[in-house]
Design a protein around this ligand. Sequence first.
Ligand SMILES: Cc1cc2nc3c(=O)[nH]c(=O)nc-3n(C[C@H](O)[C@H](O)[C@H](O)COP(=O)(O)O)c2cc1C
Length: 390
Amino acid sequence: MPVITEIEDLKRIYKRRVPKMFYDYAESGSWTEQTFRENSSDFDLLKLRQRIAMDMDNRSTKTTMVGQEVAMPVALAPVGLTGMQHADGEIKAARAAEKFGVPFTLSTMSICSIEDVAAHTETPFWFQVYTLKDDDFMKRLFDRAKEAKCSALVITVDLQLLGQRHRDLKNGLSAPPKLTPASIANMMTKVQWGLGMLGTKRRFFGNIVGHAKGVTDPSSLSSWTAEAFDQSLDWERIKQFRSWWDGPVILKGILDPEDAKMALNVGADAIVCSNHGGRQLDGALSSIRMLPQIMDAVGDKIEVHLDSGIRSGQDVLKAVALGARGTMIGRAWTYGLGAMGEAGVTRALEVIHKELDLSMGLCGRRSVEDLDASNLLIPEDFATRWKASA
Ligand SMILES: Cc1cc2nc3c(=O)[nH]c(=O)nc-3n(C[C@H](O)[C@H](O)[C@H](O)COP(=O)(O)O)c2cc1C
């Protein structure tokens, strides 16, 4: 195995091994990609406060997220089409997360189905749903997630409309991939990926094909998807979804304090301060910059998680120090999966864990539960530079 010391190493291998169409799908944001870039670069504005001669022995990164024990405050975010990044990708990633002791979130838009992932894992995973119009399909999804014993439901609330990513349109992204002369030529160079794909039957959207009305084969899927998202979504509808699930509900995609307060009202157990990894509203502020305002609005009443831009354990530390109970990583584990399958996801988690643990110690803390803003040096205008007028 090559020497992998940081997430960037996994990304380099990932780029070599996976067809360009799928690399571009993950490694892009909407429109100018400003929000995508700033999600990561804004973490760099926060500095760590070095302390010495404090007991740094017996450190622990263990904590809880929605009441569940986690080995570190990190969950695998839902990532669609993962089974195209690596054969049987969702199963591989879920197994890596299970062994590491962090939650795996399965996307509705996954290649492996809920039942398939449940059959190949022992620990309950989280299931993510979009806010779709089709009530029958939604209810069945909830029931299927219940039957699979999913331990939390993540409702993604920032995708009423689909942001535009230039490269996906130019590449003709689809599952299975569109075979143009250019994509065939590119795939021919990705031998390991191709062999993996030939060796699996899982190549379509496993949660949808055969389950949504009228979607019996992959070719009918694109028209279903175009129609499926509910542009008229409102909080009443979100409340209805909440009432369909008995266990913990996490609302993912909250970036504004007013929306955070609404999330409280509908009875969410946690929110994820997130801009979908810069894939939705380009020009929105980074999640880490919005976190202090969200914490001020609801931090003492509801569990707040954060995603978008996390590429290291130090990023996790910064989010937790600003008040997040936990974080989610999307691309960081996807790079690992595309690079080396299950072992790559494990490696991504190990890298992040080591960075978190060491940095925490060097900041003079022994437990992630003790991290707070006093561990950071924060620019004075970090949370106030851009403010809504009302
Ligand atoms: C390739 C890709 C696919 C994604 N698919 C989904 C999805 O199906 N459902 C969802 O709620 N979020 C999806 N997201 C958003 C992630 O859950 C998460 O919010 C985002 O990746 C966090 O940013 P990061 O990648 O910088 O860590 C996707 C993100 C990426 C990069």
